[in-house]
Design a protein around this ligand. Structure first.
Ligand SMILES: [Zn+2]
Length: 260
């Protein structure tokens, strides 16, 4: 049976993800920044909350935990972070948990925050997937609030090592603004132009642009392309310094995006 994943929009541009096995009522929510939209989705689909997964400590990912566990006594899986006291099951790199008949493994991916983790799975008969919070976005990556450019680079490398077909369930609809930046960094990238046209159409129809896939991101996401000459050139021109090390390139592109 397939793993069903519901997209729950919240706040301005967050996505909360709720998943369950087809035909089963036990559902798990990823990064419930707000409880009410999660409760609405459970009710609408006649599901029962069975657990909560947390990628990192920011309030737009954790704000709903308290209200959800008050009405549903369920485990809360997340990083070993002093900032999230509600975590009942603290997870580390390589840990595996079985949820909705699916084995998830944990990657530690610091950079956006120091406590950031991702949950990856390869559901039987389906393409792999990753819930990666605010680390990898469609055509972008998270801001460096706590970690270094080097940590973000290593974390993105770790995500980039997943299979090409991996579905990227990130936590925000930032795609069009990320693509606007990416096309300035890499104006001659045809794949970027195609993605921009396709995603503009989706947004005009009110559809989410995520999940994306790792194959698409490898072709269009500047933060996964820092090892390429075109990106080194763009970063060098922007900083007016010769940059070739992919970590330096990532640092420069991230700073550039911060003020774009
Ligand atoms: Zn965040």
């Amino acid at each position: 049976m397939p793993l069903v994943i519901h997209t729950i929009p919240a706040f301005q541009d967050n996505y909360l993800w709720l998943f369950h096995q087809a035909g089963q009522r036990a559902a798990f929510v990823v990064d419930p920044g707000d409880a009410q939209p999660v409760l609405n989705c459970l009710k609408e689909h006649d599901l029962e909350l069975a657990g909560i997964l947390i990628t990192h400590h920011h309030p737009d990912h954790t704000g709903g935990i308290k209200a959800l566990v008050a009405s549903n006594d369920v485990p809360v899986y997340g990083p070993d972070s002093a900032n999230i006291p509600q975590i009942s099951h603290r997870l580390y790199e390589g840990d595996c948990i079985n949820l909705a008949d699916t084995q998830f493994s944990v990657l530690e991916i610091p950079g956006h925050t120091l406590d950031h983790i991702a949950f990856t799975a390869s559901p039987e008969g389906e393409t792999p997937l990753v819930f990666c919070g605010d680390t990898l976005f469609a055509a972008g990556c998270g801001r460096l609030f706590e970690g270094s450019a080097e940590q973000m680079y290593q974390s993105l490398q770790k995500l980039s090592a997943l299979p090409d077909t991996t579905r990227i369930y990130c936590a925000h609809e930032y795609t069009l603004s990320n693509l606007a930046f990416a096309t300035v960094v890499e104006p001659s990238n045809q794949a970027l132009q195609h993605k921009l046209a396709a995603d503009e159409k989706k947004r005009q129809q009110g559809l989410p642009t995520v999940p994306t896939t790792l194959a698409i991101e490898r072709e269009t996401n500047p933060f996964l392309r820092c090892h390429l000459a075109a990106l080194a050139l763009a970063a060098s021109q922007h900083s007016a310094r010769e940059l070739s090390n992919p970590i330096e390139v990532l640092r420069e592109i991230r700073l550039w995006k911060d003020t774009f």
